[in-house]
Design a protein around this ligand. Structure first.
Ligand SMILES: [Zn+2]
Length: 466
């Protein structure tokens, strides 16, 4: 445990104050690279003070309550842990309707389920319906930022950002580039046109409120070299504005063999993306399961992030992410968690931690609760280069918060009697990972999800304006 070192300038003159009180856990550093007990802050009875969606203060309740004499709006949580909202570094919202489809390996599964489902998003009404359902699922699980695949059509991007804007969530998506090796119903008309559509979506949505645009080639096999090149140029043109690049890398053996066949003159899969300007400091590579050492070096040098998606990797039976390999202190890579719905089988980041622990144990490495919840929060923010605005509970950060119930069932409540430390409790919670374990989710200070608000558990941001 150590003192929170992050202090950013905050504006003290502003709207009314809001308090959130209870046990607080937040991460201050990477436990894979530092002594893990020095990488988090634990406050047994803490208070988070929020103003205008931004955290103003985080400290022991008794030590700061007198500093805010006008603060009377406090949500007080007992038998729970207040944490930064979870970050899902890789998820396909458009695959929500096909989660849990009886499967096969990646490439067959894409043809059988994914492509026919994604072809439906030309219809804005359908896209709206899925976006609404997706946001409910992730907010219910305490996820407040997600790095999301839409699909080919602009409608799929608009539907997603429109719903995000209603909750005022910090979300990332973009139009998916795919102009070969998939059904015509989903294929871009041409590389040039696809980039024009993407650039106009980027201009419409990037930095509008909390929305972030991303350049998304689905993966190397479904883009022509021309499209990869134009996508890379688009990314490079907008990199300094904070636009993200998001794609898949080294997920399965069959996929890698296909890439080798399509790009015979390039040394490895990572270099295909590098060749077209897609590897840079805001690039997020989902999966990265079957990596060569030189590929890790490339990601390290460029400061890229990876998304660890254990539920999906196990479901599709393709590869597994080696988190300790990624975190080699000689060339560490930024890593966060991803649900990868619909390859992943649920929307819960704590459930991903449960699977990640088991995947790590296959390599005889046991990943502690400190490592796990770091990946779920601050690690995810680092992977997306958003670690200065989200993923931590500290002054100046955006007030995106999850409240985990330590007693979500009679059995878990009983089981908790046999735990000692807060990290013991968090480990039990991730391992049992009940569907209702998140009590409340705050987005920019608004409690947009409240498990106890039975008649109306979800609320949009404008419903809080009095
Ligand atoms: Zn994916």
């Amino acid at each position: 445990m150590k003192k929170n070192p992050i202090a950013m300038p905050v504006n003290t003159a502003g709207g009314p104050l809001k308090g959130i009180r209870g046990q607080i856990v937040t991460f201050t550093d990477d436990p894979f690279l530092n002594p893990s007990d020095q990488c988090y802050l634990y406050i047994e009875d803490g208070l988070i003070v929020v103003q205008d969606g931004i955290i103003l203060d985080v400290a022991d309740y008794a030590s700061i309550k007198d500093k805010y004499p006008t603060l009377d709006n406090i949500d007080h949580y007992t038998n729970s842990v207040i944490m930064p909202g979870f970050v899902d570094c890789h998820v396909h919202y458009v695959q929500s309707p096909m989660i849990g489809s009886f499967g096969d390996t990646l490439l067959q599964w894409l043809n059988e389920y994914t492509f026919p489902t994604e072809a439906k998003y030309k219809d804005k009404v359908f896209a709206d319906e899925v976006a609404k359902m997706f946001f409910k699922q992730i907010l219910q699980q305490g996820t407040t930022t997600a790095n999301v695949f839409s699909t080919t059509f602009a409608t799929s991007v608009d539907a997603f950002f429109e719903e995000s804007e209603r909750y005022n969530t910090r979300m990332i998506t973009g139009k998916v580039f795919q102009d070969r090796n998939l059904p015509d119903s989903l294929k871009d008309e041409s590389a040039e046109e696809s980039v024009e559509i993407a650039e106009s979506l980027l201009k419409k949505w990037h930095n509008r409120g909390r929305q972030i645009y991303s350049v998304i080639p689905r993966f190397a096999p479904t883009s022509t070299e021309r499209q990869l090149m134009l996508a890379g140029e688009l990314y490079q043109r907008h990199l300094d504005e904070g636009v993200i690049m998001h794609t898949h890398l080294n997920e399965s053996v069959g996929e890698i063999a296909w890439v080798t066949q399509l790009f015979p003159n390039i040394d490895n899969y990572t270099d295909v993306y590098k060749e077209y300007g897609l590897i840079d400091r805001k690039s997020l590579l989902a999966h990265s399961c079957l990596m060569k050492e030189e590929e890790w070096q490339t990601l390290h040098m460029a400061q890229c992030g990876c998304a660890h998606c254990p539920s999906s990797n196990l479901f599709l039976g393709d590869g597994e992410f080696k988190v300790w390999e990624a975190k080699d202190p000689q060339r560490p890579v930024r890593v966060g968690m991803g649900t990868d719905v619909g390859g992943g089988t649920n929307f819960s980041i704590p459930r991903q931690l449960n699977e990640a622990y088991k995947v790590s144990m296959l390599k005889r490495k046991n990943m502690s609760a400190i490592h796990s919840y770091y990946l779920a929060t601050r690690g995810g923010a680092e992977a997306l280069h958003l670690e200065h605005s989200i993923g931590s509970l500290a002054p100046g950060y955006e007030a995106d918060i999850a409240v985990l119930d330590l007693n979500p069932s009679e059995f878990v409540e009983w089981r908790m009697k046999f735990t000692e430390s807060i990290m013991d409790k968090l480990f039990v919670l991730q391992t049992l990972a009940l569907d209702n374990m998140n009590m409340a989710t705050y987005v920019a200070g608004n409690k947009v999800y409240d498990r106890e608000r039975k008649d109306k558990p979800f609320m949009y941001a404008n419903e809080f304006i009095k």
